[in-house]
Design a protein around this ligand. Sequence first.
Ligand code: SAH
Ligand code: SF4
Ligand code: F3S
Length: 453
Amino acid sequence: MRAHVITYGCQMNEYDTLTIQSELVAGGHDLVATPQDAELILLNTCAVRGKPVEKVVSVLGDLRKERAAGRDLAIGLMGCLAQLEEGRAIATKFGVDLLIGPGAVTEIVPAIEDLERRRAASGRSGSRVDRLAFRDDLVDHLTPPPPAGTLTGYLTIMRGCDHHCTYCIVPQTRGPEVSRPLAAILAEAEAMRAQGVEEVVLLGQNVNSYGRDDPRVPSFAELLQAVAAVGFPRVKFTTSHPMNFTSDVIDAIASSPNVCDYVHLPVQSGSDRVLQRMAREYRRERYLEIVRELRAKVPDVVLSTDLIVGFPGETEEDFEQTLALYDEVGFEQAFMFAYSARPGTPAHARFDDLPRAVKTERLGRLIEKQKHWSLVGNRRFEGRTVRVLVKELGRDGAHVVGHSDQHHTVLVPADQVGRMGLHDVRVDHATPHALYGTVLGAHAPGLALPLAS
Ligand code: SAH
Ligand code: SF4
Ligand code: F3S
């Protein structure tokens, strides 16, 4: 079949899409570049908040109209939404043909075969094919490297989540924590590096839990060093959970030059009362202790975080503690979300949602805080030289855009850059969103590829 995959959600879905695509090709299907040319459209979905679910519902609505107008099209719902009761109901409503959870991505080809058999037997659209069991062997499956010319490669080191944050649907969509074997991780890392990937990003819901479920694999700090030894100029990882963010991980960052001085460490709230209601297993003081140790051992470290505002029962006082924590840490970067009640989560069952206006107002104040501290953090780099992985032409056409080792967005004049890859850039000017600079030189060897436009 001519198939097209649309990916929503986080980097884990992007990584899973590589497996979906390679399985399709190995199974004799063709990948087409646009949904218009496809006979089969697969949506690799996200369910973490209401918005991504609404997006998928709207796309399914459009596709239903096209089918009603006579287009012969099969539709697959994959990814996190597919695993949920909510996803099943949506699939039924919109006549989805394939429902495949994130633990069953490698079953895409046999699922299509099943669908074709059912269609042949019934002479018209057969009933839906579901694949929702988590496959134990998925952790051994080798995902091929991203397409040639891709400079940043994602590498999932563990699947699932064993935490029970009361707002979060992910443990239900991705199941319990399972660490991938070291050999599989290193094989993928080496294949990526051989293909020219300059920056590898190790992925897990809580990468610091790596190895806790399996005595045969090393600790996360050891894994980090093993991947660093593969020879990538850059190694990043996400997401870190404050619970298992141990000193050996901080030491590994400090001692490995290619492990980036950038840590994404979601705090979610600055109020102990709210953290407790969220069932996050640390408190404000422990979080601050980790930040102090990180800044002492890795002086250039850039910290980013996730924050939820308007968690049920969050008072003005609780929220002010989040603002105060922000001031105390001075996060360089942050992803901020208004609490979104997710059916099936403990918080949804137990607590009443706050009025939307309260959440919006607090989110606005938090964004002001973020702009202030991002500007302070970015200004620290003015006059300094940063190493930038230049990836693409900016929207204005006059700049090219890349990311620094510390994950800043960096823009340089397009006429100073002849190719993608690593460059040394002197930072001339900082805004809350980006660093603007001048290219001092390119790192060789690099990828002599034309800039993507
Ligand atoms: N495993 C990671 C985060 C995964 S989800 C961790 O524990 O930090 C990414 C982010 O989405 C979370 O950090 C949280 O800030 C946000 N998020 C998750 N569920 C949410 C919800 N119901 N409403 C709003 N934001 C949510
Ligand atoms: Fe969700 Fe919490 Fe697990 Fe992160 S640690 S994925 S927020 S349950
Ligand atoms: Fe979304 Fe699933 Fe990732 S819910 S954020 S795609 S783990």
